[in-house]
Design a binder for this molecule. Structure first.
Ligand code: PHE
Length: 338
């Protein structure tokens, strides 16, 4: 019996199952009711008393070995059936191409976050506006050329309704709401009836800003926009303000930044001036404050507005604005890591 168990141990040791059926066969052969192990236990009764202890240990060893083999074979089978059936390989990359944000969104988000860092929150408003919010409240005289059909898309049947030409209309809505002080940026899509070219489009995007509180000065405006230009274009960026005109601000200015491409020495991007214009700004005209129900004797404020397309073109040296709207993936893919 001793030799028999020793041979069986060897046999079990060398057992290798190739499929579930073989495992089951192995189990029945050894562990079944009429199986090898059971039979040995029956024989065990005949074993002489002095050999019982040693034989009992051997028999248990065999039984445990068979169980061990069975467990291992089952584990292996279930692991391999998983990969075979589901072809599950968790180490594979999730996707080969994940895409990226549109360059205009990248730059808009960057502008928003620069202003968010100094306490500006975001306001949005409707793209379809009425004359009051787009023009009248902003101190556009009745006969002002910007109201002309040339620049504005009006609804033919109702000239009081138009597509907004700037997001200043959002600023009017925020001022009307009556909560002061105000410190907001208004990003959004705007519309102007212009011929499409490399430098202009009838649909484009703006971020405008508005700050209204007691004692807001032109110095505050300059410092805020100086900080903004440095954050957006880099610390070496210089700014300059030139007098300008907008109906809704007095005084008004345009801000130039030193040309990022040539560093100010002159190139075709800055038309050899060393400067490029990036935004319009000024102190909110008291007429605008009053039209929106704000006491202009107590409150002052500044406003500014910029075109996202123009800033993106400067930042990434894009020379044709139409590229932003054509959705050519060869163009868009260049901004994937931006
Ligand atoms: N609303 C102006 C425009 O669309 C920009 C601007 C905003 C200028 C605020 C000055 C102050 O051109």
């Amino acid at each position: 019996m001793k030799e028999k168990i020793a041979t069986l141990l060897q046999e079990v040791e060398h057992f290798k199952a190739e499929n579930a059926a073989q495992i089951e066969e192995f189990r029945i052969h050894y562990m079944g009711k009429k199986g090898v192990v059971q039979a040995l236990f029956a024989d065990f009764k005949e074993v002489a008393a002095e050999e019982r202890k040693a034989m009992g240990m051997l028999l248990n060893e065999l039984k445990n070995k068979v169980q061990e083999k069975l467990d291992a074979a089952k584990n292996e089978a279930s692991a391999s059936s998983q990969t075979k059936e589901h072809q599950l390989d968790l180490s594979l990359p999730a996707a080969t191409h994940v895409g990226g944000r549109h360059p205009l969104s990248v730059v808009r988000n960057e502008i928003n976050s620069i202003f968010a860092r100094i306490g500006f929150s975001i306001s949005e408003g409707p793209e379809i506006e009425d004359d009051f919010h787009n023009f009248t409240a902003l101190n556009f005289p009745e006969e002002h050329p910007a109201r002309d059909m040339q620049d504005t898309f009006f609804i033919r049947k109702n000239p009081d309704v138009a597509l907004r030409t700037h997001t200043s209309s959002v600023q009017v809505r925020v001022m009307e709401s009556g909560k002061l002080p105000i410190r907001i940026v208004a990003p959004g899509r705007v519309f102007r009836n212009e011929a499409i070219s490399a430098r202009a489009h009838c649909i484009f995007h703006q971020v405008e800003g508005l700050y209204i509180d007691k004692d807001v000065s032109f110095a505050d405006l300059k410092q805020t926009l100086y900080y903004f230009a440095q954050e957006l274009f880099g610390n070496e960026t210089k700014t300059r303000f030139r007098p300008s005109y907008f109906p809704f601000t007095e005084p008004s200015a345009e801000m130039d930044v030193s040309c990022k491409i040539c560093g100010g020495s002159g190139c075709n991007i800055c038309k050899y001036s060393g400067w490029v214009e990036i935004l319009g700004c000024g102190m909110v005209d008291p007429n605008v404050l009053e039209a929106c129900g704000i006491d202009s004797k107590v409150y002052t404020g500044y406003a500014f507005g910029m075109g996202i397309e123009r800033i993106t073109m400067l930042k990434y040296q894009v020379n044709d604005l139409r590229l932003f709207f054509e959705n050519d993936v060869r163009f868009l893919r260049q901004f994937e890591s931006a």
